[in-house]
Write a protein that binds this ligand. Structure first.
Ligand code: 0WK
Ligand code: 0WK
Ligand code: BGC
Ligand code: BGC
Length: 914
């Protein structure tokens, strides 16, 4: 017993003495916490440089976007192929993701060798080899005939612009195949597979092994947002905030960033820590000057570091082994050295003997100590960089205490237990305020690659379904030309005495034929009813050409119940407003000529009579349809017995708008409203207005184009959403064209598309909120706001939250914005096609090859929507190229126009009476 304890003490003393000697020689391999913390801060700075647009080009740590943004949501299912290239083994995998929501996955894989001459040979040979292995794998599984989605783990620095395109920046580790750097590895693989021609795959994703590892571990632990590899090479990735990824557009949500931290120091920023051994390793490597951080940490180099140190120690006679000298021991032979456990010394002896040496115990102890120091440095360097990543995530989340999981893989981490222990320990020492868990990947990054592919596949299928649905709302040029042609034909029918009944577009004569000649003067009262607000105006016209009009107006609301109540209540409410206005203007009891802008389809036989054909928009007051609205107004004035008015004219808001703009620009001969409703009027040749006597001159025709489609003219363009909007409207089957264009309905079309997408799980995670089911909640003003370019996605999100759609994600906001733009684009194009029919008719009326004309336009949608007017004008220009159309936005509303028409009517009447 004495003997063995004496021997044990002797060994311990010898051991400590040797260790001391080695430590002294390797002091610059031992990094203090202060140095490590400083290194961590340095690395954090490098990360910022890599993330920023300005410094990225010169940054050593490239912080490469991976386009991996979404994690599995449990709906993924199916069979996915995965390739895992770049670690010590090349693996081909088949991953079956079960559709049972239990996150179950079945995997089959096969390891294939990549011979060195292939790694260093011609790039096409390498990818041909990969394709051959894949073919062999498919053959074995008897699934060569299937075209399966494939995810490719390609563990080298790659620049990506999307998930399925990845350009190799440069080779690392032992790969050096030429003709690959600067190329998209997906195209290279596709080429090799096509070359074979006996099978095909759908390459949906290329990812780095760190990303695959994070996704593999993330499938079991949703806290996993960092992927770490310490194997042949070393690297890490993590989920970064989009707003910090300056190289990419968009600032909502997160994306996984592949740091490629192996290159840390390639710009000389680690020279104070690198040793001569590190420099010798680098000088002797396949890529001198590159991957300097990796060469201090990863498995491909650790053994070499130990060998060079042992060589130095033997040169300095710190090692006195007998027999061969360590200097001529072949490279790499030492890569498997990890002799640390108690049996470490024996293991060291085994290894050194394996190298043809005859080591003394001291040599084995020294060798063990060297291994301890080298791998400790490696683990601590890794820890320092990881701490920088942890701090970045904590600060991104503004979290007091960060709780996170790091998914890890790699032979050094897995096979070198002391390495992982030291790494964990140092990380927790450097960031005690973070609750960090390490989750060792059991299935390799291939599973993660399959997960990314499954998510990409789900997103692709979802995107395809979204686009399929949105395509039903997208109109081709041919379809728009069709709309124009059908509108033209229906206008002809509307104008003709014979076919008028068959037309949807009623082409109603307005009895407005003249424009002001400058002699008009006096005060005129105007009412403007039918848009989003009811206005009473006093318009003072002074004689003389242009700009001789002063206006005062007051806006009144028309309560819903009045709009939908009795006609008497509605017109009494109007008269109450007139009385209030006259009082407000200090003109109570004044009897003024009145012009009534009544923005609904009215049949007129003269300017001071308008038989309401049908209500539109939100109005539905009883007892009005078929009645003369001026009579209804007169009755209401009479009922009030407070003042009297001279009812001179009733005009449509399109006509009022045309006249208002014509007062500024005499070329204005078309009036367009795109607001709550939509409609158009224009100056038609009397000879074409067959239902009105006389062939001379022109008269303004109120087209009431909102009704276009009531006879099925638009059925082949109507989507399920249009039918839903029509069915739930006040008067189904009516105003079909209006229901595809105007502000009262666009929000509803969008809401129905969003409901469809949500019910299909394509939006809001498939959760249909009560709010979204509420009719009218998605007001058209939200479309205009959501589509404004100035609005960041997060503002879109706040609109959705305001609408009670609190569960929306960034992707949801992007999709909602797309739906809004598709719906409003169709509306603008349909409007442009209708207008093309109108201006071309005027051109043909006048046998002109080229027509210059002005369109006076008003309406909230036209005025407030960021893109409506430009898209409408583009469509018009494209479909009516022989017409130069100027748009004159009405600033004063149609009330002014109504007053001018009244003034003209008064002038004409007094001229007739003279
Ligand atoms: C296993 C992963 C693979 C990764 C490798 C790294 O599936 O993607 O490249 O770990 O470790 P190595 O094999 O280089 O030790
Ligand atoms: C302002 C005009 C009014 C017209 C309205 C249409 O003065 O006559 O009805 O535009 O736009 P909306 O208010 O429906 O958006
Ligand atoms: C590569 C990385 C890879 C790491 C681990 C490095 O050499 O540049 O892309 O993640 O090795 O395999
Ligand atoms: C009405 C038209 C009006 C248009 C714009 C439509 O609903 O039928 O008369 O011009 O809305 O306000």
């Amino acid at each position: 017993m004495l003997a063995s304890s004496l021997l044990a003490n002797y060994c311990t003393a010898l051991h400590d003495d040797q260790a001391l000697k080695v430590d002294k020689y390797l002091h610059h391999f031992q990094l203090s916490d202060k140095t490590l913390m400083d290194l961590s801060v340095r690395f954090r700075r490098e990360m910022d440089r890599g993330l920023s647009r300005d410094t990225n080009p010169t940054a050593a740590v490239k912080m490469l976007p991976t386009f991996v943004r979404s994690t599995p949501d449990g709906t993924e299912h199916g069979e996915f192929l995965a390739l895992d290239l770049g670690g010590s083994n090349f693996r081909v995998l088949l991953v079956k993701v079960m559709a049972n929501g239990k996150q179950e996955v079945e995997m089959e894989n096969q390891i294939y060798e990549i011979p060195e001459h292939i790694m260093r040979g011609c790039g096409s040979e390498l990818f041909d080899h990969i394709a051959d292995c894949l073919a062999n794998f498919l053959e074995k599984l008897g699934i060569k005939d299937k075209k399966l989605p494939l995810g490719f783990t390609f563990s080298f620095p790659c620049q990506q612009t999307k998930l399925d395109e990845s350009v190799l920046v440069y080779w690392t580790k032992s790969f050096r195949a030429y003709g690959v750097e600067g190329k998209d590895v997906v195209s290279l693989l596709k080429k090799s597979i096509q070359k074979r021609g006996d099978f095909d795959v759908d390459i949906l994703a290329v990812i780095n092994d760190t990303v695959g590892t994070m996704m593999t571990c993330g499938y079991d632990d949703h806290h996993c947002e960092i992927g770490l590899i310490v194997g042949t090479g070393t690297n890490a990735c993590y989920m970064e905030q989009m707003r910090n990824l300056e190289l990419l557009d968009g600032d909502e949500g997160r994306m996984c960033v592949n740091t490629e931290w192996g290159a840390f120091g390639d710009d000389g920023s680690l020279e104070d820590l690198r040793t001569d051994v590190d420099r010798e390793i680098d000088a002797g490597s396949l890529n001198p000057g590159k991957q300097l951080f990796e060469k201090m940490i990863s498995g491909l180099y650790l053994g070499e570091v130990v060998r060079l140190i042992l060589r130095e120690l033997s040169v300095m006679r710190h090692l006195c082994s007998r027999g061969r000298d360590l200097t001529d021991i072949k490279r790499r032979r030492l890569s498997t050295l990890s002799p640390e456990e108690e049996e470490g010394v024996e293991r060291a002896e085994e290894v050194l003997r394996g190298l043809g040496l005859d080591p003394l115990v001291e040599d084995c102890i020294a060798t063990q100590r060297v291994c301890q120091v080298v791998s400790t440095r490696s683990a601590h360097l890794c820890a320092a960089a990881l701490v920088a990543v942890l701090r970045q995530i904590r600060d991104n989340k503004a979290a007091e205490k960060l709780r996170t999981t790091i998914g890890v893989d790699g032979s050094v981490y897995k096979n070198h237990s002391e390495f992982s222990r030291r790494l964990h320990k140092m990380v927790r020492r450097l960031v005690p305020d973070c609750d960090v868990r390490f989750l060792q990947s059991q299935c390799g990054s291939g599973k993660g690659a399959a997960m990314v592919t499954a998510v990409a596949y789900r997103l692709a299928v979802q995107q395809a379904e979204r686009q399929r649905v949105l395509d039903t709302l997208r109109l081709s040029r041919e379809q728009l030309l069709d709309v124009k042609r059908r509108m033209s034909e229906d206008m002809e029918r509307g104008l003709s005495k014979q076919n008028h009944e068959q037309s949807s577009v009623k082409m109603l004569p307005s009895y407005v034929r003249d424009t002001p000649d400058g002699t008009e003067h006096g005060d005129f009262l105007a009412l403007d009813l039918g848009g989003s607000s009811f206005r009473v105006l006093l318009v003072r016209v002074r004689s003389g050409k242009g700009h001789n009009v002063d206006m005062h107006h007051k806006i009144y609301s028309i309560p819903q119940e009045t709009m939908q109540g009795t006609g008497e209540e509605l017109f009494s409410h109007i008269v109450d407003c007139i009385a209030d206005f006259l009082e407000y203007m200090g003109m109570s009891g004044a009897s003024l000529p009145l012009g009534f802008t009544f923005s609904f389809p009215c049949y007129q036989t003269k300017i001071d009579q308008g038989i309401l054909l049908k209500w539109t928009k939100g109005f539905n007051a009883s007892g009005c349809e078929g009645q003369d609205v001026l009579t209804l107004l007169k009755d209401a004035v009479r009922r009030r017995r407070e003042f009297d008015l001279n009812f001179v004219a009733v005009v449509n808001d399109t006509v009022g708008t045309m006249m208002t703009c014509c007062y500024e620009d005499p070329q204005c001969e078309v009036g367009l409203i795109v607001g709550t409703g939509t409609n158009c009027c224009y100056m038609e040749e009397m000879q074409n207005i067959e239902r009105v006597e006389g062939d001379d001159g022109r008269m303004c025709v109120n087209m009431e184009w909102g009704a276009f489609g009531e006879n099925g003219e638009l059925d082949d363009f109507c989507t399920a959403f249009d039918h839903l909007v029509d069915d739930s409207s006040n008067y189904p089957g009516k105003q079909r064209y209006e229901k595809m264009i105007s502000g009262m309905y666009l929000g509803e079309i969008v809401r129905n598309v969003l409901i469809d997408f949500t019910s299909k799980g394509l939006l809001f995670r498939g959760k249909l909120s009560e709010r979204l089911k509420t009719r009218g909640i998605f007001e058209t003003k939200f479309l205009a706001q959501i589509e404004s370019d100035r609005l960041a996605m997060r503002q879109v999100r706040s609109i959705l939250q305001h609408l009670g759609l609190t569960i929306s994600t960034c992707d949801d906001s992007v999709l909602v914005k797309e739906v809004c733009s598709v719906v409003s684009r169709r509306a603008a194009q349909l409007c442009g096609a209708g207008l093309a029919a109108v201006v071309d008719k005027i051109r043909q009326n006048r046998n002109l090859n080229q027509l210059s004309i002005t369109v006076g336009v008003d309406g909230t949608l036209y005025k407030t929507h960021p893109h409506f007017s430009s898209i409408m004008q583009e469509t018009l220009q494209d479909l009516a190229p022989q017409c130069q159309v100027t748009f004159h936005k009405s600033e004063d509303g149609s009330g002014k126009g109504a007053a001018l028409i009244t003034a003209v009517a008064c002038r004409v009447k007094s001229a007739e009476q003279q």
